[in-house]
Design a protein around this ligand. Structure first.
Ligand SMILES: [Zn+2]
Length: 261
């Protein structure tokens, strides 16, 4: 057993009996850390109020290898993201990002990239003008960090380039009207391989280019990007199907966004 100190974001809370909670943190140094906060629901607890979902702070805990639940020693709040919390749409998306990290990121697998992505996305969420676009950017970056990122430039079956919207050859069509995407194969398919996956669907080249732009841009710059209704619809479908394929479940918060927002 070792005393450890790390930055952490609360990504899940679960009540345990009357006064306790099971908290799941995402940390840059230990990945997911699950711990019991004894007595946290009692007003006398010094941790009372600090272990709310999305809170970012410094976590001190007793690390026991191969134990599912760790013991929290202390949690010092750094940022409660109040600007997100005071807005229903923003907090709903914030909960979705936390649930997505919880659903894929393996326990014990440390990923500073995933921690930084979640942290910077929450900072951007506070003042994002197009919140669904921020969500699509988070999804593609998160899939990349988790090792499930889709291939967007070369056919996932034969390897040929497929996404040039304006081919240079003289006899080639002036503009590609659509690009075939396969969730099962994990990316785009060329015209010759398009029928390899019966469940593949098509997206506009512009949506594919937008996805590449979201993948490489910092989320704080997303406010400068404009997306059409079609782009939104296609990327939501593509990334939603992709995430469902890898998590093998429909995320509760995503369903809530679809039904309520
Ligand atoms: Zn191909």
């Amino acid at each position: 057993m070792a005393a450890e100190k790390t930055q952490a974001i609360v990504i899940r809370t679960f009540p345990l009996q009357e006064f306790h909670k099971i908290i799941t943190f995402y940390t840059p140094d230990f990945g997911k850390v699950k711990a019991v906060a004894y007595g946290v629901k009692s007003p006398k607890s010094r941790l009372s109020g600090s272990l709310e979902l999305l809170n970012h702070g410094t976590l001190l805990f007793q690390h026991r290898e191969n134990r599912e639940l760790q013991n929290i020693t202390d949690f010092n709040l750094i940022d409660g993201f109040d600007a997100i919390r005071s807005d229903f749409t923003r907090i709903t998306y914030g909960c979705y990002f936390a649930e997505l990290v919880d659903s894929i990121a393996s326990e014990g697998l440390a990923s500073p990239e995933i921690f930084n992505l979640l942290y910077t996305t929450y900072q951007s969420l506070a003042h994002a003008t197009d919140i669904p676009l921020l969500a699509r950017g988070f999804e593609i970056k998160f899939l990349d960090c988790a090792g499930y990122g889709p291939e967007l430039s070369r056919c996932v079956h034969c390897g040929s380039a497929v996404t040039e919207a304006f081919p240079v050859e003289e006899d080639a069509p002036i503009n590609r009207l659509s690009i075939t995407f396969s969730v099962r194969y994990g990316g785009v398919l060329c015209d010759n391989c398009g029928n390899r996956d019966g469940a593949a669907f098509t997206i506009a080249p512009g949506s594919c280019e937008l996805l590449k732009m979201l993948r490489k841009s910092e989320s704080e710059r997303f406010n400068r990007i404009r997306a059409s209704t079609r782009n939104h619809k296609e990327l939501k479908r593509l990334l939603g199907n992709f995430i469902e394929h890898h998590t093998e479940r429909t995320l509760k918060s995503l369903r809530f966004i679809e039904n309520v927002l």
